[in-house]
Structures are given as C-alpha cells and as structure tokens.
Design a protein around this ligand. Sequence first.
Ligand SMILES: C[S@@+](CC[C@H](N)C(=O)[O-])C[C@H]1O[C@@H](n2cnc3c(N)ncnc32)[C@H](O)[C@@H]1O
Length: 262
Amino acid sequence: MPLAIWASLTRLDRVEQTPGPAGPPLTPRTAVVWSVLRAELDRRAAAELTVLDVGGGTGGFAVPLALAGHRVTVVDASPDALAALSRRAAEAGVPERVRAVQGDGDALAGLVEPASVDLVLCHAVLEVVDDPVPVVSALAGALRPGGAASVLVAGRAAAVLGRAMNGHLEVAAALAADAEGSAGPRDTLRRRFDAEGAAALLAAAGLTVEEIHGVRVLADLLPATVADGQPGALVELERALAARSPWRDVAAQLHLFARRPA
Ligand SMILES: C[S@@+](CC[C@H](N)C(=O)[O-])C[C@H]1O[C@@H](n2cnc3c(N)ncnc32)[C@H](O)[C@@H]1O
C-alpha cells in the first residue's frame, strides 16, 4: 500500500477510534457514509482538501474531517448550532481548521468562492429546506470541476413502513401518496426521497451520481436490546446491505455520492 494512502487511513482510523467531542463516527448512522467518504479521501491521499458542509450543524462530520487534516467550512442557518460547532472544534484542538458561517444553503455564492471546494457535504438538509432545487444548484456551483458531493436525504419508503408498523395506517397512506413524501402539515419533514428522485435532483444540477447507499436499513427497526447488544455486528450488516436492492431502498436515509464533471 502506498505510504500516502496508509497515512490517510491511519489518520481517519485514529479519529474513528477516538471518543470525544466529535463522537465515534462508526455507528449504524454514520458507518456507510464514512466508508464512502474514506474512499474519496484516500483517492486524494495526502492532499489537504477544502470541504464545505452545508447545514453541517454541530460538526459531527466537520470536526472529524478537520482532525483528519482538511479545512472545513460549515454553512448553517442556526447560530446555536454554529456556536456548538465552534466549541466542539476548539475542544478537539482544530479551531483553525473549522470555519463557521451563518447562512442559507441556497445562497452559497456570497459565502464561499464558486468552484473552489473539493468535497461538499449536505446531510439531512434537503428534506427541511423550503426548496431543495436551489440548494443543490448552489452545492454544485461551489464544487470545483472534479469535486465530489456527499448528500444524505430522508427515505420515503422507510417512513411509510415505520408509520404503518406503528399502526398509523392513514399517515402511512398519506405519506405514500403525497408527491413530496410528506405526511402533511404536522410532519417534521417537508419531503422525503426515493433513490431515483434524489438522483434526478442532483443530475439536474449537473452532478454525476456515482453511488447510492441506504443508511440505517435496519438500525431503526431493531429492538434496542439487539442494536445496543451487538453494535459491531449491526454496523457490519448495515454495510453489507447498504448498496443492495431491495434493502437500500427501504433505508431510513439515502446517501448519494456525486461528482461535478472535470
Ligand atoms: C437535521 S440537521 C442536520 C445536521 C448535520 N448535517 C447532520 O447530519 O447531523 C439540519 C441542519 O440544517 C440546518 N439548516 C436548515 N435549513 C437550512 C438552510 N436553508 N441553510 C443552511 N442550513 C440549514 C439546520 O440549522 C440544521 O443544523
């Protein structure tokens, strides 16, 4: 294995095994996403990447990426989340590698130099914004040619199954029938996605979708005794199922990895 790739793996392994303010990333919620990101970081081994995390919140991904040697800008609408992010970055010893910017995901051009970013993250955001189209367009515009996007969205099928299994059949029916994948005005999310719809959204912004994985295929369905009792086995099973239909398609979240053509 080339030295640079080994150095990159070692840095990220150290992050994953380190408990602390960033938390251990290898959980059923994060393991599949980290696997995909790790492959991109390894591909760019030894490079200090410019990372943009749109709606990055308190830095669950931003701080580990900074610890792995990259420069991360988090653009988020919430000043409270950004304050927590800054504290977390300081506690992790990487305050100079994490820039917190308050702003809107669809107005990145005024906050981040266009075509300057190597890797953009947008996790659990497109389901809550007013309109995902301008946000995805802004993500694509921030990427340099050849740069990559990691986009995590809420899955519609899992939400329908979850509501039905809890006995809320009318809500499940509404969710399945609604064009946006919302269960109505009391729903906490504005929309949910299937793999094809999410991929089409990214493609319309000029991004080439390279991979789609399911995240939390099983994690939310298992009794806590199973999930908590066998965390390592669950992570491995999630990884094994993530890329394969039909399991991918019923995951609580869908992860799309896309690239701006070089
Ligand atoms: C569900 S949290 C996800 C946080 C983080 N990305 C994660 O996966 O843990 C959604 C985040 O998006 C931010 N957000 C919501 N609407 C936004 C917008 N229009 N522009 C930027 N950030 C936004 C919220 O403040 C919040 O921090």
